[in-house]
Design a protein around this ligand. Sequence first.
Ligand SMILES: C[S@@+](CC[C@H](N)C(=O)[O-])C[C@H]1O[C@@H](n2cnc3c(N)ncnc32)[C@H](O)[C@@H]1O
Length: 297
Amino acid sequence: METANGISRSRLAAWVELSSVRTFLRTPLTNPADQQHRIWLIQHHGLYSAPLSKSSNQRVVDIGCGTGIWAIAFATEHPDSRVLGLDITLPQPKSVPPNCSFAVADAEGDWSFATEPFDLIYGRMLINSIRNWPRFMKCCLQHLKPGGWLELSDVAHRFFAEDGCGEADSPMLRWWRVVFQESSMSNGIDIDDTYKHAQQMRDAGFTDVRERVFKWPVGSARASTQEEKAIGDLLYQNLQVLIGGVTRTAVQHGDLRGMTAQQAQALADEAKRDVVENADRHGYYMHFATHVGQAPR
Ligand SMILES: C[S@@+](CC[C@H](N)C(=O)[O-])C[C@H]1O[C@@H](n2cnc3c(N)ncnc32)[C@H](O)[C@@H]1O
């Protein structure tokens, strides 16, 4: 039997039974990056979804690795792999397994960090980081082994209400468009890039491109499965932090499209309240997507 997102329930149950996963899922998380890591773990029932070969000594790079949480988890789960975590700022993790290392590099630069080809190039939540996706995907293809995989996981820049309410009824929808989407666009982000990744991968020359779009609720009142409930709760918490952080950045950068800083802040406060009071009534939800593509053999 499959869940709404096409994943076998027995696989989910088996994965949740792993004691390391059980412990992790119960640990309270305060860092938003770690909360996002948990959302993706629940979504994929593991660390990745590309059908990697079982060969040992896999060479893996995590582009835009952030705190390094995924790179460290992959290296721990695959002790015979070699994992490179790469970011424009160096992460400072407390402990790092011996098969994992970190480097500072710009993934939109010359890729001089890629001294040998990879089996897996992994990128998560990079939608606000990469400006030129077609070029990025071509670089990835060039630095994969034949048969190697690119996996990208991201949130989409769209926000939805199940009850079809408009911005007049929803400060959250208004905030999303006038602060979040507008400031993304003024930073050169195409807010539909997540939905374009499958085609962009094919255009770059990837084969066997697979797309999974996940629809997840904000809050858990409308959740119908255990995983929807878990992700709904995490999204609900994460959104409060996101609204504050994005508004602060937009105010600092002056990306306010005619609003004053006070108006932007007042709208952010209304949006936070709206999520708390009305997320369940409106049925707020978001899309996440994972795309994998294989380098030709
Ligand atoms: C939203 S965070 C995602 C972190 C991590 N992938 C995760 O899922 O927890 C985006 C990361 O990409 C990094 N980044 C932004 N632009 C980059 C670039 N051009 N090259 C490499 N990393 C970049 C940022 O420093 C940040 O750590």
